[in-house]
Write a protein that binds this ligand. Structure first.
Ligand code: GCB
Ligand code: CA
Length: 894
């Protein structure tokens, strides 16, 4: 990593104006005042309108949120004027990019100065030869960067459950070096590579390798020194050598620190960091010519197939998450602080591992891992496979860059490459072709493996696979890396929760010499959806909780399992998904905007040492439920309190409800909610300090709607659904449907719509309903419904009916990326029906041949005046096919 001496503009200007030559190197971002235009060709770009932007920037910020499938993939052009001081004529100037999605061409003053392929690695472009200089003062220089994120089958990754965003989405730096400098042309590294060939509790050996360049026209006597500094700034050790370097010569060096004693170890509990400061000084004048600083941590570690992982001689279960690099409304163009915050959220959860997946991320991420004591794997983004030379060579290039660029981070212990390579195997009917495909795929895996071992023999290597155990063994991908990773979803995409443990035991039995890591596990949860009878694929918070409980237990119960990595820390963008949160993968244990979901609290309760307590689902802070009876006007609902303490006391409305023991970090209560505000206070028994409070506004609905004690107010019902849906924006709760009972409300006739031929969907349709955020309401439906009745008292009401056609003539129900069963199109039927309110026709011939379009919401609001005891009856009269109703809302106005 480059030492970044962040000059502020003021200081820089001062230095330049005073005619001083800054000593050594300096490096500063040039993120401000770029011009940007989106377009396909240079020609078009010339005539385009340029917009002022700041780096980090992506052109895909709105694509995740717009409820439309797909996102822009193509060219984007950036340009900027650089003012280059005359004094830099005798220096080396580089443009340094922390990442450009996915490929970049860099031009200075119209001259091509560099190209880069791969959207996630750093690259550095020397530009001195293209720069213009003035006699004195500054000269104007133009930088143009063409960035492209088009589909490119030869540029990995080519497939994945996330978007391949485009843009200059990470910092851009200007690096200015003396002609004598550490190698700046080695894969955008600092030119320094540090290892700890031996570490134990008492002593250590450190090796610093690297090279430097004498870019001047004469031979020079230079002192190359390396100092190991403690966090407090004291010198732990220092080595110096005087080297003679000829004009233009590049010199390689190896410096050993053989007898370090009394070093403090690095670990999650005590992430003590040293720094190695490497310097080149002119032996004759003592002038500092270059200096870079790199992190150093003393730790040793091992993976064992029978005992899991150990760090510094102590066994340590690795529990953590993966992480994507995007955020709502920002795409992947995040400021460093937002990357850092995610690592902090992982640390605050009690996690000790980050799978940096599926691609390397901003340098701030691993810097934070080093500082916070989070162990990490870094992944070369080979996802999907094109059997071509160009694909393999790009994979290898990215792999080499990743290893070298992240080499010095003490947090990194694993080089991971490839992901689920056998998810979609081609040539199902041509075994010769398929065998060749497998051979070329494993050839590439072996090359990447060999490269990792050669570049860095110390670290482990890993390939994460999906759960097709026999296939990966047969093809040979489990034999190549030192560690085997499995991405497992039993009880989600298929099978049962018990199958997870069985799979782990099978690995242990069949591959007794291979250490095993669970590189992924997770289940969707839309934080707006709740169910008190959760089932697989209902997207409820409660089902995902069942999933995580089972998985964490199975992982902790088995000492041979080295690691469990939750998929994923947060929700993330993915254009290939529709479902309840379109373009979002909701397996995150935090929401897309980093709010806690219950699983996050669950892991806190299981992993944290400091006393922790939190009331589950507290963001569901406005609720509706039916009273126990006409006279008992409370509604009992389960409440979970997460805590790492043995017992928890829950107080409701100032009265102790009870004390419960925690099991797996959870204490369970049944709370009789009253109408109005319910204040829940959970305390660790015996402590008032460790407590949490939830204020929940509850609307108790009497079983019959004319109960004088609780006058009717409003009711929102999702037809074809047995889940609760909480719309945070409106504060409205949608209740599951129920069959009509006299005096009450509900449907008459019909059945729940079930998406045909798709085992993944528990409720309704798995497709995106366009132009609404109420997808779960529209995705579910009662077909063949005859009536919906509300036995409400007299008054004026607003009634809203919600419809959507869920079957399509053309669309296949399969979501390409999802594991599990594939689906075929449904049988399309023509439908048309009338709707009557209290006998009066209000909709005539609602038909999927005109108004009712597939996957599009239709909502219609009516005023209804009820003057007698008749209540409200909505009737559906079929003309052709079947009637449908997706949602219904009734609100009393007066
Ligand atoms: C996987 C993939 C990951 C997906 C995840 C999922 O196995 O590695 O990229 O996002 O499953 O949610 O299906
Ligand atoms: Ca519905």
């Amino acid at each position: 990593m480059y030492a970044r001496i962040l000059f502020n503009t003021f200081l820089l200007t001062l230095l330049l104006q005073s005619g001083l030559h800054a000593q050594g190197r300096f490096s500063s971002t040039i993120n401000s005042n770029w011009l940007f235009t989106k377009g396909d060709t240079a020609q078009k770009a010339v005539g385009s309108v340029w917009q002022t932007v700041s780096i980090p920037h992506t052109w895909n910020t709105q694509d995740v949120l717009d409820d439309e499938p797909g996102y822009y993939r193509g060219d984007g052009w950036y340009k900027k004027t650089l003012y280059i001081p005359a004094g830099w004529k005798d220096r080396e100037v580089y443009l340094y990019f922390e990442g450009a999605g996915q490929s970049a061409d860099v031009f200075v003053n119209g001259k091509s100065v560099g190209k880069h392929q791969g959207g996630y690695t750093f690259f550095s472009v020397p530009i001195s030869s293209a720069l213009r200089f003035a006699q004195s003062g500054n000269a104007t220089n133009d930088v143009v960067v063409r960035v492209n994120n088009s589909v490119n089958e030869n540029l990995p990754p080519i497939m994945g459950d996330y978007n391949i965003f485009g843009g200059l989405y990470r910092d851009v730096y200007l690096n200015v070096l003396d002609k004598v400098h550490f190698d700046a042309d080695n894969q955008a590294t600092s030119g320094i590579f540090i290892t700890t060939p031996q570490v134990n509790a008492a002593s250590a050996v450190v090796q610093v390798k690297g090279s430097f360049v004498n870019g001047t026209g004469s031979s020079r006597n230079l002192i190359v020194s390396h100092r190991i500094l403690t966090a407090e700034g004291a010198v732990l050790a220092e080595q110096k050598k005087t080297v003679k370097a000829n004009a233009g010569q590049k010199v390689d060096f190896v410096q050993d620190f053989k007898d370090i004693k009394g070093q403090r170890l690095w670990s999650p509990d005590d992430p003590y960091l040293y720094r190695v400061v490497s310097r080149i000084t002119d032996a004759a004048t003592g002038q500092k010519l270059d200096e870079v600083s790199n992190p150093l941590g003393f730790r040793w570690y091992a993976f064992s197939a029978s005992e899991g992982f150990s760090l510094n001689g102590n066994s340590l279960k690795l529990i953590g998450t993966s992480r994507h690099q995007d955020y709502p409304g920002m795409g992947n163009a995040l400021p460093d602080a937002m990357h850092v915050r995610d690592v902090e959220l992982l640390k605050e959860m009690g996690g000790n591992f980050l799978r940096v997946a599926h691609y390397p991320q901003d340098p701030a991420v691993l810097q934070a891992c080093d500082r916070l004591g989070i162990l990490a794997s870094v992944e070369t983004p080979v996802m999907g496979f094109t059997d071509s030379e160009a694909f393999a060579s790009s994979a290898k290039q990215q792999h080499r860059e990743i290893i070298r660029q992240t080499y010095n981070h003490p947090s990194v212990i694993i080089w991971s490459y490839m992901n689920e390579m056998l998810l979609r195997v081609p040539f199902a009917t041509d075994s010769t072709k398929q065998q060749a495909y497998f051979r070329h795929l494993t050839d590439l895996a072996r090359e990447l493996e060999a490269m990792a071992r050669q570049e860095d023999p110390a670290r482990y290597t890993l390939i994460p696979n999906h759960g097709a155990f026999d296939l990966y063994n047969k093809v040979g991908l489990t034999k190549i890396p030192r560690l085997v990773g499995w991405n497992l979803y039993q009880g989600w995409y298929g099978g049962t929760l018990e199958d997870f443990g069985k799979f782990l035991d099978m690995h242990h039995r069949e591959l007794p010499d291979k250490p095993v890591l669970i590189t992924e596990f997770g289940a969707d949860a839309d934080n707006r959806i709740h169910s008190f009878s959760p089932i697989r694929f209902d997207k409820s918070v409660e089902y995902t909780m069942l999933f995580h409980q089972a998985y964490l237990k199975a992982i902790l119960d088995r000492p041979f399992v080295a690691a469990g990595m939750i998929w994923n820390l947060t929700e993330f963008n993915t254009a290939v998904r529709a479902e309840t949160l379109p373009n979002i993968n909701p397996k995150g244990i935090m929401t897309y905007d980093r709010k806690e979901k219950d699983p996050y609290r669950f892991y806190k309760a299981n992993l944290l040492k400091a006393p922790y307590i939190q009331i589950g689902s507290k963001e569901w802070n406005r609720r509706v439920g039916t009273a126990e009876s006409e006279s008992q006007l409370t509604c009992s609902q389960p409440v979970v309190v997460f805590s790492n303490q043995p017992t928890v006391t829950l107080t409701v409305q100032g009265k102790v409800l009870g004390t419960a023991e925690t099991k797996q970090g959870m204490a369970r209560f049944t709370v009789p909610f009253v109408n109005g505000l319910n204040r829940l206070v959970a305390t660790v028994s015996g402590s008032t300090v460790v407590s949490d409070q939830a204020d929940i506004m509850f609307r108790v609905l009497p079983p019959t709607l004319k109960n004088p004690q609780l006058p009717f107010d409003e009711l929102n019902v999702s037809l074809g659904d047995s889940r609760f849906f909480f719309d945070e924006k409106t504060g409205q709760n949608w209740l599951p449907e129920q069959v009509y009972k006299p005096g009450s409300w509900g449907y008459v006739g019909g059945k729940q719509y079930v998406m045909k031929n798709n085992s993944r969907v528990s409720f309704g349709s798995g497709r995106n309903i366009l132009g609404t955020e109420l997808d779960p309401i529209y995705q579910t439906q009662r077909t063949g419904i005859e009536q919906f009745k509300f036995d409400v008292p007299t008054g004026d009401y607003e009634l809203v009916l919600h419809f959507a056609e869920l079957i399509s003539k053309t669309v296949n129900n399969d979501i390409a990326f999802n594991l599990g069963q594939r689906a075929v199109p449904e049988v399309y039927i023509e439908r048309s029906f009338d709707v009557l309110i209290n006998g009066q026709e209000v909709i005539s011939g609602l038909s999927n041949s005109d108004v009712l379009k597939t996957d599009q919401p239709v909502a219609t609001k009516f005023m209804v005046s009820v003057q007698n005891q008749e209540g409200i009856t909505v009737s559906f009269n079929v003309r052709q096919g079947e009637t449908v109703l997706n949602g219904i809302q009734l609100k009393k106005i007066r």
